[in-house]
Design a protein around this ligand. Structure first.
Ligand code: COA
Length: 263
C-alpha cells in the first residue's frame, strides 16, 4: 500500500485511518534527513490513496513524539546546506498541511524543536498529559527552520510565541492547551484511543468538504479578509457540485445518517 519499506517509520492501516509512527526511539525519534524523506514519501502516498481519509501521526515509545531535528546533522550544516536543510523540512511539513486530509498529531511525549513544528503542521493536536512542548533551538545557538517561527505565532499569537522561541523553555501539555497549541489533553493511556476516536469521527465526514475547509482556513490565513472570503465562496460553489453535498442534504431531510463517498 505505502511506498515503503521504511527504515524509520511504521505505517499501519485500520479501515480509513492510517497511522504513521516515527520510529527512532533510541534518539527520541529525532528527525534526520532520511526520516524526513520517508515521511515525505509516506504522506504523498497516503494523500493519493482514496481509501485513506484521516492520518494519525505519533512517535514510538513512551517518552517522545519527536525530540527535534537530528542534532548530529545540524552540527555539520554550512550556510548553503543549512538553507537547503530548512527548505527541505519546510517542504515536507507543508505537504502535511496541504495533503487534503486531516492529520492528527498524537503527542505522546517530547515535542521539541522540529517535533513541535511537525505537530503544528498537523490539522489537530492531541497531547498526553505528560507531554512537553517547546522550541529549544535558541539553546543550541540556532533558530527554528521548519516554519516554527511562523506556525507558532499564528497558533498562539505573537507574544506567547516570542516567549517560547526566545526562552526555549519546555511547556507542559496543560499550558500548551491553555495557549491553544494543542486541542485536547488526555492521559497517556488514553492517547491513541482518543486520537482514533477523533480520526474515525472525521473519517465519516464528507472528504471533499473536509479538504475544502482545511484549504479555506490555511490558505485564507495567508490572504486579506476579502480575498479569503472570495476563496471560501469559490470553494462553497465547488462543493455544491459534489454527490456528497446532495447526499448530506437529502439525508438530513430524510432524517437518516448520510453516507459520504468522497465524490
Ligand atoms: N538529535 C539527536 N539526538 C537526540 C536528540 C536530537 N534532537 N534528542 C535526543 N537525542 C538522543 C540523545 O543524544 C541521547 O542519545 P545517547 O543515548 O546516545 O546519549 C538519546 O537521544 C536520549 O536522550 P537523552 O538526552 O539522554 O534523554 P533525556 O531524557 O535526558 O532528555 C530531552 C530528553 C528531549 C530533554 C533531551 O534529549 C534534549 O534536550 N534533546 C534535544 C532537544 C532539542 O534541542 N531539539 C531541537 C533540535 S534542533
Amino acid at each position: 500500500m505505502t511506498a515503503g519499506p521504511f527504515e524509520n517509520l511504521l505505517v499501519d492501516r485500520d479501515g480509513a485511518v492510517a497511522t504513521i509512527t516515527i520510529n527512532r526511539p533510541k534518539v527520541l525519534n529525532a528527525l534526520n534527513t532520511q526520516t524526513l524523506d520517508e515521511l515525505r514519501r509516506a504522506i504523498l502516498d497516503l494523500a493519493h490513496d482514496a481509501s485513506v481519509r484521516v492520518v494519525i501521526l505519533t512517535g514510538s515509545g513512551e517518552k517522545s513524539f519527536v525530540a527535534g531535528a537530528d542534532i548530529n546533522e545540524i552540527a555539520l550544516q554550512t550556510p548553503t546546506s543549512g538553507r537547503t536543510h530548512a527548505m527541505t523540512g519546510q517542504h515536507v511539513f507543508d505537504l502535511i498541511e496541504t495533503m487534503g486530509k486531516p492529520v492528527i498529531a498524537a503527542i505522546n511525549g517530547y515535542a521539541l524543536g522540529g517535533g513541535c513544528e511537525l505537530a503544528m503542521a498537523c490539522t489537530m493536536r492531541i497531547a498526553a498529559d505528560s507531554a512537553k512542548l517547546g522550541q529549544p533551538e535558541i539553546n543550541l545557538g540556532i533558530i527554528p527552520g521548519y516554519a516554527g517561527t511562523q506556525r507558532l505565532s499564528r497558533l498562539v499569537g505573537r507574544g506567547a510565541a516570542l516567549e517560547m522561541l526566545l526562552t526555549g523553555d519546555q511547556i507542559s501539555a496543560a499550558d500548551a492547551y491553555r495557549l491553544g497549541l494543542v486541542n485536547r489533553v488526555v492521559t497517556g493511556a488514553n492517547l491513541m484511543g482518543e486520537a482514533r476516536k477523533v480520526a474515525q469521527a472525521l473519517a465519516a465526514k464528507a472528504p471533499i468538504a473536509l479538504r475544502f475547509i482545511i484549504d479555506a482556513v490555511n490558505n485564507g490565513l495567508q490572504m486579506s479578509f476579502r480575498e479569503a472570503e472570495n476563496h471560501e465562496a469559490t470553494l462553497f460553489g465547488l462543493v455544491a457540485t459534489t454527490e456528497d453535498m446532495r447526499e448530506g442534504t437529502r439525508a438530513f431531510l430524510e432524517k437518516r445518517k448520510p453516507e459520504f463517498k468522497g465524490k
